[in-house]
Design a protein around this ligand. Structure first.
Ligand code: HMG
Length: 417
């Protein structure tokens, strides 16, 4: 057996309220809150990058779940937000977390799919028997940037999720027999190497996502013993999706049920209404973190998983859940997992609500200053990464690039439990 033994996430110090953003952009706030389903969006300052977020999530996991760093023999970081053409985020994180030198560490990129690719690599390694009792740490870390005034602006976000994979899957055990994946070259979302901000064909990307969901779910169903069961999806106590914005998960869930039904639901039909009710019952309760953080690309799906495990892990023990991972470009995977018998107890750590409530709210002017400053954060000898200016105190702080090398320090929060 293989699966998750621990999970933890980190977010930047600041967030912006989406109603404030809508008002500043002259847009009806209902478009962001009801149309996209978002309330808040995490914002990374120049002193917070994909490395500090990843190390923050990893540090919280090791401390909250009492994991001995020496037990980790594989570290994989999945990220869209590359920081270097050569040196991986994983090398920095390996040192920051004090992992042993007898450890493989590397980075995987495939848009939002990188974290899932890491999970599978780690799971296969565990199952191969080569792990020999050691564990794998997989961290999905990203900062989603589209730029001021773009349609993608309200779907930005930042954060990281760390997951410990082992043969002691207290939280969830993956169904490694079932497989449902899908790959196709599409130009729905991309970020050229010269740009800090992503480009997207937004409406087309939604269509690509739904198409990939349908294909990968269908592949999973066909490969299963229950092929032909018209209510296949009913076996899942919760359905989790890659969530660039909450409305996307709602569209996805409807497509899942339509795939079972074999036809699209007509708008306003009883089936469409029932799909909406089912979304409220089996999907929406796991989306509170996503509503408050925004898109964190590789980690978005796993924010929902952390939310689900904390709120429902206890009563869902022994039941199956589904997880749908989508990475633009594109690669998709439909995953099924069983909730561990002790998942509820294991998740009794610092609540995600405490972590999110600890962030500070930005006004739109300050948010725009941060976005402008971020543009220079990785330039050699730039002065914008000043923790005093941005009031950042760790646990890890990015100080910018000196002599063409990225500089990091531990902040005050590093000593806190
Ligand atoms: P847009 O064109 O500005 O918005 O951009 P819209 O006009 O489509 O409106 C959005 C929703 O709000 C619609 O709901 C409107 O009806 C509603 P829907 O019809 O879809 O159900 N609406 C309102 N509701 C209430 N009151 C109002 C109101 N006005 C409108 N007054 C878009 C939206 C998502 C395209 C844009 O934000 C964007 O481009 N985002 C980035 C791309 C993205 O997130 N794509 C998602 C799928 S691809 C993916 O998930 C991969 C990704 O994570 C990257 C990776 O893999 O690394 C992005």
């Amino acid at each position: 057996m293989v699966g998750l033994e621990a999970i933890a996430f980190s977010v930047p110090h600041y967030f912006i309220n989406l109603t404030d953003l809508a008002v500043a952009r002259g847009i009806d706030p209902d478009k962001y809150t009801f149309g996209l389903g978002q309330r808040e969006m995490s914002v990374a300052t120049p002193c917070e990058d994909a490395v500090t977020l990843a190390a923050g999530a990893g540090r919280r996991l090791l401390s909250d779940f009492n994991v001995d760093p020496e037990s980790v023999a594989l570290l994989i970081v999945g990220a869209e937000t590359g920081i270097d053409h050569s040196k991986p985020i994983a090398s920095y994180v390996h040192e920051m977390l004090g992992l042993p030198s007898l450890c493989r560490s590397f980075e995987i990129k495939h848009a939002c799919y990188g974290g899932t690719a890491g999970l599978f690599t780690a799971s296969q390694w565990t199952m191969s028997g080569r792990a020999a009792g050691k564990k794998a740490l997989v961290i999905a870390t990203d900062i989603a940037r589209y730029g001021i005034g773009t349609p993608g602006e309200p779907t930005q976000g930042a954060g990281a999720v760390a997951m410990l994979i082992s043969d002691n899957p207290t939280l969830i055990e993956f169904d490694m027999d079932g497989e449902g994946y899908y790959s196709k070259q599409v130009m729905d979302f991309w970020r050229p190497i010269y740009s800090k901000e992503a480009f997207t064909d937004g409406h087309y990307s939604i269509a690509c996502y739904l198409d990939a969901l349908q294909h990968s779910y269908d592949a999973y169903r066909r490969a299963s013993d229950h092929d032909g069961d018209p209510y296949f999806a009913d076996r899942f106590v919760a359905c989790l999706y890659h969530t660039p914005f909450v409305k996307m998960a709602q569209k996805a869930h409807r497509r899942l049920l339509e795939t079972d039904a074999g036809a699209p639901f007509a708008p306003g039909s009883p089936q469409a209404k029932s799909a909406g009710d089912d979304f409220a019952r089996r999907v929406a309760p796991s989306l509170e973190i996503n509503t408050r953080v925004g898109n964190i690309y590789t980690g978005s799906l796993f924010l929902s998983l952390a939310n689900f495990l904390e709120d429902q892990g206890g009563r869902a023990a022994g039941r199956s859940i589904s997880l749908f991972s989508y990475g633009s470009g594109c690669q998709a995977e439909f995953i099924v997992a069983r909730v561990g018998e002790r998942a509820g107890q294991a998740m009794k750590r610092q609540s995600f609500r405490t972590i999110l409530d600890g962030r500070k709210r930005l006004d739109v002017r300050r948010y725009e200053e941060i976005l402008e400053a971020n543009g220079a954060a990785d330039l050699n000898d730039s002065k914008v990464c000043d923790p005093n200016v941005w009031r950042i105190d760790g646990p890890f702080v990015y100080l910018g690039v000196r002599n063409h090398q990225r500089q990091y320090v531990k902040g005050k929060k590093n000593n806190e439990k």
